[in-house]
Design a protein around this ligand. Structure first.
Ligand SMILES: *[C@@H]1O[C@H](CO)[C@@H](O)[C@H](O)[C@H]1NC(C)=O
Ligand SMILES: *[C@@H]1O[C@H](CO)[C@@H](O)[C@H](O)[C@H]1NC(C)=O
Ligand SMILES: *[C@@H]1O[C@H](CO)[C@@H](O)[C@H](O)[C@H]1NC(C)=O
Ligand SMILES: *[C@@H]1O[C@H](CO)[C@@H](O)[C@H](O)[C@H]1NC(C)=O
Length: 604
């Protein structure tokens, strides 16, 4: 069955000026939209926001900020409650790392945790990024968990409390509550996928083990439940969520709503006719909307024959927010929403995030262009930045061959001003460089080759249990590959908009999921994506006619375990961890990128 993308839609066609609250945010472009389908119980979902609480200041489609979202949630709740419906808010983690608003404060995250708490989220959970560093996990325990008094769930995470040294649950394992209007009795959980690279002050229990625990088995046998709400930083198509689904289904046919994340994609998965999971993208680009109808309630306990699930991926901008709430510039904002936007503006100013380092002459893409193209960010790093900038004082005159993983870049580099903020968006990691002296160039090339032959080789390695080889490439790419496999049986309808729409479509998400092809609120034109290799090698100084005999094999420290594995699999006589040394001390990959832009692309 092929769906016509146009037919079931009613298009919003009003024209009016739309203005975002961050002063430097671009105005959203009026576009054709699909309408929301409300149910008894409705949800708004954010995930993988990674500190992008100011919204996207270079992209009109995603230019609303967290304050606008606070207003949106209030107005959506008003719409729902006026009809006797309920609205709940969910966030599934990775709120930290990836944006100057989080990363550039000292200590990190003091402003973002203050901003996030202004939104009354009903159920939230942490992601893997909350657990990489000791201090980040401790801030969750000491700041964010208390900020959300009982709503922050950690079904499979323990932490050593820095005050007492005791191992304690990071948050409540589950939460039972009844919705305000409908009286839907909800039991909620908050999971993290089977993550193994956390710092040793936290313990993540594999989800498959957690579901065997006595407390979990007791909770899922509760008969006075109308809906199990399973949220977590877990892909909606995963062995972890399959385990939770199967565990509940062994006892009950009760409807289950899952919310997930981590892969940075829009996706909706149907587990069975009464269980659906939603993933709502990344970086404050998407506000996920989910509605359920046919639930039993406190007052009406007849078990439903069938449950209706509807979902919509709302582009995070004021045009969408106004349309879905039937409000306008004057009537939409709430006082607390405006206050939050003002707070974000003040914090951005305190952190000098608008400080200009240079001006980008032409947009450089991660995956919207082939990797070798002139507008590829990777080609630019390989051919200009690294050859120009690499060089260690103590290794003068020695050529270097630098390997970096494509996942080290997190965002496109947009034409226009390159600010302190842009630097954190494009390259948020603090990784520096390490190197091995005088490696035969041919061997260095072999290492790169092997890193790019994954996942087959490294995934099969027992030397690296828990390694997810695709973590070297950007997460979105792995998700695209996995998704193609999962949803290949759904006909993809990319019918272009017909000429009767008043507005032109602009490029953006065109999602296909288990519920079909009508999930994006904004009707976009298709963007082509190109795969990138896991890793790229750059020769410095510039590759000339002479091929060097030996090179310093330089790599980003984050990929050291992978380089070590590749070297050992190739049988190279290199002992990576022991023989390697710091290259360009106290210089990070981000520093190199910023220095190049400052030196070469000044604003005129
Ligand atoms: C955690 O790792 C640190 C080194 O980073 C080590 O000193 C400490 O003993 C470890 N703690 C535990 C409980 O393993
Ligand atoms: C009670 O719930 C069942 C199942 O959802 C539904 O079919 C029925 O219409 C409801 N009854 C009332 C009075 O709302
Ligand atoms: C917004 O809506 C209100 C109420 O419908 C109306 O009075 C007002 O003129 C509108 N404002 C704008 C800027 O369109
Ligand atoms: C908004 O901020 C103003 C000024 O700081 C304050 O007086 C007011 O109480 C705040 N309102 C809300 C709803 O937070």
């Amino acid at each position: 069955m092929t769906r016509k993308i146009i037919l079931p839609l009613s298009l919003f066609l009003a024209v009016q000026a739309v203005q975002a609250v961050q002063p430097s945010a671009p105005n959203p472009v009026p576009v054709p939209l699909r309408e929301l389908k409300w149910g008894q119980l409705n949800f708004l979902h954010t995930t993988d926001t990674h500190g992008w609480l100011a919204g996207h200041l270079s992209e009109p489609s995603y230019s609303a900020d967290w304050g606008d979202y606070v207003s949106f949630a209030t107005r959506m709740r008003e719409v729902a409650e006026a009809d006797g419906r309920d609205l709940l808010l969910v966030d599934t983690g990775d709120r930290v790392e990836g944006n100057g608003l989080y990363d550039s404060s000292d200590p990190k995250g003091i402003y973002t945790s203050e901003i996030i708490r202004q939104q009354p989220i009903d159920v939230l959970s942490p992601g893997n990024h909350e657990l990489y560093k000791k201090t980040t996990a401790e801030a969750e325990l000491q700041v964010t968990v208390p900020n959300f008094h009982g709503h922050y769930l950690a079904s499979n995470i323990d932490i050593y409390d820095p005050e007492t040294g005791e191992l304690v649950a990071l948050g409540p394992r589950s939460r039972k509550f009844t919705t305000k209007k409908q009286g839907v009795r909800v039991v909620a959980f908050g999971f993290l996928f089977d993550f193994t690279m956390n710092y040793n002050n936290t313990i993540v229990q594999p989800v498959e083990e957690t579901v065997k625990e006595t407390w979990f088995q007791q909770v899922i046998k509760d008969q006075e439940v109308d809906l199990f709400l399973v949220i977590g930083h877990v892909p909606v198509r995963s062995k972890e969520y399959d385990a939770v689904f199967n565990a509940i289904r062994q006892h009950q046919d009760t409807p289950i709503q899952f919310f997930g994340g981590h892969l940075h994609i829009r996706d909706c998965h149907r587990y069975d006719p009464k269980a659906v999971g939603l993933a709502s993208g990344r970086f404050m680009e998407t506000i996920g909307f989910m509605s359920l109808d046919g639930l039993s309630t406190e007052r009406n306990q007849s078990k439903p024959e069938s449950v209706t699930f509807e979902r919509m991926y709302i582009d995070n901008n004021l045009f969408s927010f106004y349309k879905h709430t039937h409000l306008n510039k004057t009537t939409f904002p709430t006082e607390s929403g405006r206050n939050v936007s003002r707070l974000i503006q003040q914090y951005r100013s305190t952190l000098k995030l608008d400080e200009i380092y240079g001006c980008i002459p032409k947009t450089l893409w991660m995956s919207r262009t082939p990797c070798g193209a002139t507008d590829s960010i990777y080609a630019w790093l390989q051919q200009a930045v690294l050859p120009d900038m690499l060089g260690d004082e103590s290794r003068r005159g020695k050529p270097a061959f630098a390997i970096f993983n494509t996942g080290a870049i997190r965002f496109d580099l947009f034409e226009g001003q390159f600010t302190r903020d842009s630097a954190f968006m494009v390259s948020p990691f603090t990784s520096g460089f390490r190197y091995l002296k005088d490696v035969p160039y041919a061997q260095a090339l072999q290492v790169l080759d092997l890193l790019n032959q994954q996942p087959r080789i490294l995934a099969a390695s027992e030397a690296a249990p828990g390694f997810l080889p695709w973590t070297l490439a950007p997460p979105e790419q792995a998700a695209r590959t996995r998704l193609t496999r999962f949803v290949s049986d759904i006909p993809v309808d990319q019918t272009p908009m017909s000429s009767d729409a008043q507005y032109d479509t602009i490029p953006g998400y065109t999602t296909t999921d288990d519920l079909g092809t009508d999930g994006d609120d904004t009707i976009h034109s298709v963007i082509d994506f190109y795969d990138v290799p896991n890793c790229i090698g750059a020769l410095a100084p510039h590759a000339g006619s002479a091929v060097p005999e030996t090179v310093d094999l330089v790599y980003i420290d984050f990929i050291e375990p992978y380089v070590a594995l590749a070297a050992s699999q190739l049988g190279l006589a290199i002992d990576v961890p022991h023989e390697s040394d710091v290259y360009m001390p106290s210089t990070s990959f981000t520093d190199v990128l910023v220095a190049w832009i400052t030196a070469n692309w000044g604003c005129t």
